[in-house]
Design a protein around this ligand. Structure first.
Ligand SMILES: CC(C)(COP(=O)(O)OP(=O)(O)OC[C@H]1O[C@@H](n2cnc3c(N)ncnc32)[C@H](O)[C@@H]1OP(=O)(O)O)[C@@H](O)C(=O)NCCC(=O)NCCS
Length: 352
């Protein structure tokens, strides 16, 4: 355990390996996670504990997660998770997730956790940027990011559509578009090998998404990175539905849309990505994909209440489709970024 004057009195901050930690610690981290979710998304049922445990324990082949926790006696009151990305693209970015329990804020725990984690990142020139998310539902997070002098990289609108109120006639109309020369493949969970090339082709189009000021390059996707996500998703107990639009003549992947849900809490369906390859644009493939997915949700997930999605506030084409489908703004999220050198200087100024 680290002891340092920069750590607020009455609290302990330590680096922990939550992949291997004993169940008692894991249970405390899960309780803390539930408390933080209840603050940010109070309308959702709690995420199943087994799913959160799997998130903590599962390792990725293309990245490492390192955790620090803050505790007061036996209670976990804060956590920072730092993700080292080894996926072959955007390896200059380390994503951080930082939370402090509302009853323990403004005592320096957030800055002590952040500083401990930043001091531990090797200064070898590989990591250039630190990035993290905040929501306007928890203004304390945004105030903290401003205090760090982080810069806003992206401003994202989270919106949701209530399925009971959705315009079924419009959805029917779009699902019936059936662009000539294309067909759809529906995949539940893992992508069959035969569809992997088309899937990678369609998926790459997600790089067309606006990045606003985020210092991010194109993501590279390979069959191995996809298989790694699938393995982690299955371990968490989540289900993915994917619709792929395929060009009949060539077998090319023209576009895709995917949703993810946890069968233990079917009420909330999360929209993943939706993208159409520029070579196949202008044929209503986007609307066709989205509406066909909604029809399947309405038919096969009767307990689903809403679909939730997030988009860059500047993503006019996607927002226009979503708005017409009845998606309405729920809250906003910001992705903040700061140079690693600045984050390390902040840590050093706090004696860490
Ligand atoms: C962000 C968060 C972790 C900060 O935890 P914390 O323990 O309260 O942070 P600290 O006490 O170390 O605050 C450090 C400085 O940030 C600023 N700050 C933090 N919260 C603030 C608030 N609500 N209003 C204004 N300034 C604030 C202050 O300058 C503060 O120093 P000060 O108290 O000496 O003035 C906590 O608010 C939280 O869990 N928010 C929700 C999750 C989130 O948004 N995480 C951040 C991005 S990954």
């Amino acid at each position: 355990m680290t002891t340092n004057t920069a750590i607020p009195a009455g609290y302990a901050i330590e680096q922990v390996d939550l992949h291997e930690a004993d169940d008692r610690l894991i249970d405390r981290v899960v309780a803390f996670w539930h408390a933080m979710d209840a603050e940010a998304v109070p309308e959702d049922p709690p995420m199943p504990a087994e799913g959160l445990v799997a998130r903590l324990r599962t390792r990725s082949q293309f990245g490492d997660r390192t955790d620090w926790i803050a505790s007061s006696g036996d209670e976990v009151v804060g956590r920072i998770a730092v993700f080292e990305n080894k996926s072959g693209s955007n390896e200059h970015i380390r994503e951080v997730m930082l939370h402090v329990h509302p009853e323990h804020r403004r005592r320096g725990i957030g800055s002590a956790l952040f500083s401990s984690a930043m001091a531990a990142i090797p200064d070898d020139g590989k990591t250039k940027l630190v990035a993290g998310w905040t929501t306007n539902r928890v203004p304390a997070g945004m105030a903290f990011a401003e205090r760090l002098v982080a810069k806003k990289g992206m401003h994202m609108r989270v919106s949701q559509v209530y399925l009971r109120a959705i315009d079924r006639a419009l959805i029917r109309e779009w699902a019936n578009v059936q662009p000539a020369g294309y067909h759809l493949e529906f995949v539940e969970n893992d992508i069959p090998d035969a569809l992997m090339p088309a899937m990678l082709q369609a998926f790459t189009a997600i790089n067309r998404m606006p990045r606003e000021d985020l210092e991010m390059e194109d993501w590279k996707f390979t069959a191995e990175t996809i298989r790694d996500w699938e393995r982690q998703r299955t371990a968490r107990g989540q289900v993915q539905w994917m619709l792929l639009a395929i060009e009949d003549a060539t077998g090319a992947g023209a576009g895709f849309t995917n949703v993810v849900f946890d069968p233990r809490i079917e009420a909330v369906v999360h929209q993943g990505g939706t993208a159409v390859d520029p070579a196949h644009q202008g044929r209503d493939i986007g609307k066709w994909l989205k509406a066909t997915m909604v029809e399947r949700i309405l038919a096969d997930l009767p307990k689903a209440r809403f679909i939730r999605t997030d988009n860059a506030g500047t993503n006019a084409p996607m927002l226009a489709i979503n708005d017409r489908m009845g998606f309405r703004e729920a809250w906003w999220m910001d992705i903040w970024q700061m140079p690693l050198a600045d984050a390390k200087a902040y840590a050093e100024a706090r004696g860490l």
